[in-house]
Design a protein around this ligand. Structure first.
Ligand SMILES: [Zn+2]
Length: 275
């Protein structure tokens, strides 16, 4: 983990704490499966080591998307040169909906509660290694990486049951999200909140700063309830991210992206503490 949150709600990078005499209290900004922040206490490891990469560490909450089963060693750590090969970094995005159950070899199972007799278990097909190697990430964490410029190079995203796509083909900043470039495609759009209008169905149309063709994000009542947004005015100036279809309603000049599932997130977060 490269980024943590301080008491003021701001995100702090490892580089920012490296020079400090006293490390401030920090918490994990990761997201739990129910959409709340992990908020586990964070400490630093190997901050001054020449052998291992420095990192933020925490006893993460169950299912936190910042927790990792993987080694903390990274290419280029002193004494730990290793070949990464062509394997891409791949994140499976949490959509907040039940996803199809897939076996370890990537095949679908008819019943997730009953292991099939013909399905291989505990073994990955060598040619299919990448299919089940994706780390789960929330849209909140994706937004943190976009805002702080810490997106892994060559990142691929898995969105539901679709094939992995290059992150930079589906993620678009509001200023580049023109009708000409994106109409009728699925996009992950991000930007900062310039204003909002309430919709007829208790949702919000969120306007974005410097948005191409004034593209907005349409948020339904369910997403507002999930994020506990009661005062929409508090969203102004925050960064926002959402995944959905880029749509231009008939007889309208203004396009919008209609948020799919539970993919809406803000930074700083609206919900912070679980306790
Ligand atoms: Zn965590």
């Amino acid at each position: 983990m490269d980024v943590a949150r301080n008491a003021a709600g701001d995100l702090v990078t490892l580089e920012q704490v490296r020079g400090l005499a006293v490390i401030p209290d920090l918490w994990c900004p990761g997201e739990l499966p129910d959409g709340e922040e992990c908020s586990a206490e964070v400490w630093t490891t190997a901050l001054h080591s020449t052998k291992k990469a420095a990192a933020f560490a925490a006893h993460h909450g169950e299912g936190c998307d910042e927790s990792s089963q993987r080694s903390k060693d990274r290419p280029g750590d002193a004494g730990h040169q290793h070949q990464q090969g062509a394997r891409p970094v791949r994140w499976r995005m949490r959509l907040g909906v039940a996803e199809p159950s897939t076996g370890p070899d990537g095949r679908r199972r008819p019943n997730p509660d009953r292991p099939g007799q013909l399905t291989r278990r505990h073994r990955t097909e060598p040619t299919q290694q990448e299919a089940d190697s994706a780390d789960q990430r929330s849209f909140s964490t994706l937004l943190v990486n976009l805002v702080y410029g810490t997106m892994p190079a060559g990142l691929e995203l898995v969105l539901g049951g679709q094939d992995p796509v290059p992150a930079n083909s589906v993620i678009v900043h509001a200023r580049d999200a023109s009708i000409a470039a994106r109409l009728n495609t699925d996009v992950i759009i991000w930007g900062s909140v310039a204003g909002y209008t309430r919709t007829r169905w208790d949702g919000l149309m969120i306007r974005l700063t410097d948005a191409a063709d004034q593209v907005a994000i349409l948020v339904d009542k369910k997403n507002l309830a999930r994020l506990n947004i009661t005062d929409a005015g508090a969203l102004l100036g925050r960064h926002v991210i959402a995944f959905g279809r880029y749509t231009l309603p008939e007889e309208s000049k203004r396009p919008h992206v209609r948020t799919l599932h539970a993919t809406l997130a803000f930074n700083p977060r609206v919900i912070r503490r679980r306790r």
